[in-house]
Design a binder for this molecule. Structure first.
Ligand SMILES: [Mg+2]
Length: 262
């Protein structure tokens, strides 16, 4: 575990789920959704995919921080004159859900397993796309721990980081670590796909890493390089089988991690 002091959070956290046996924490963009919404904006409204992938590689190699590279990507969208509301509408039209997520979410709800979105994206965009995809009621129920946005009177906007002093902008480990201090900590499942999940990768009990057909599997590359045990999955339908077997007690955490694939 990291010995670094916890970065100060500029945004509140929801209360911990203290009495649960299992808790699911998941990245939003590219994990619960089929396409990363910030990548979508950068690629189509900002400086484009090529420059964005260069930024992702700089983050993965440690030459720059997620916070600084991601801010530049979003700034390129603002520089091209796109308002926040316009981005919201474009994303509502173009971002779809992982095909297995609805069933996965229903299973968790029926089995008293909280699902918490832990994202480096901006809360209002996540809520807008989520309610569009799963309906207002479920969308209001799911907790979101993310970054926020500062929309200015001249129509420009900028990301407001939860942890501005951290190179991660939002250090996702801070959503996980408090669970470890509980007298009876739950088993923690974390789902992610990209560079924004590097801060969380080492801290869950069971890490699921999404493998996508577009080949942008940066978290998988990071986990292989750093030898971090994880389970590769392609959709939440496959992941549900693994989660269910652990919840039922059929398989242990070590066993599913050793298998390495959903
Ligand atoms: Mg992601």
């Amino acid at each position: 575990m990291s010995s670094e002091p916890a970065p100060e959070s500029t945004l509140p956290y929801p209360p911990l789920h203290k009495d649960k046996k299992f808790v699911v924490l998941s990245d939003w963009d590219g994990t619960i959704t089929n396409y990363d919404s910030n990548d979508y904006m950068t690629d189509n409204l900002g400086f484009g995919r090529e420059k964005r992938r260069e930024g992702n590689m700089e983050i993965l190699s440690g030459r720059t921080t997620f916070r600084d590279a991601f801010r530049e990507m979003l700034e390129s969208v603002v520089k091209n004159g796109h308002t926040f509301d316009e981005c919201k509408e474009v994303l509502k039209k173009n971002i779809k859900l992982d095909t297995g997520f609805k069933d996965f979410y229903r299973y968790c709800k029926e089995n008293d397993i909280p699902v918490i979105i832990v994202s480096s994206g901006m809360a209002p965009l996540i809520r807008a796309v989520l309610s569009n995809l799963i309906g207002e009621e479920d969308a209001q129920e799911i907790e979101i721990i993310s970054n926020d946005v500062d929309v200015k009177s001249d129509g420009t906007w900028e990301i407001k980081y939860r942890h501005p002093t951290s190179g991660f902008g939002h250090d996702k480990s801070q959503a996980i670590l408090p669970y470890r201090l509980l007298p009876n900590p739950p088993t923690l499942f974390f789902f992610g796909d990209g560079v924004s999940d590097m801060s969380a990768a080492r801290h869950a009990d069971v890490l699921f890493v999404k493998i996508k057909p577009d080949g942008e599997n940066d978290l998988a590359a990071y986990c292989r390089r750093e030898a971090i045990p994880h389970i590769e999955f392609t959709d939440f339908g496959g992941a549900l089988g693994v989660v269910r077997s652990v919840v039922n007690g059929e398989r242990g955490v070590e066993e599913v991690l050793q298998a390495g694939k959903a």
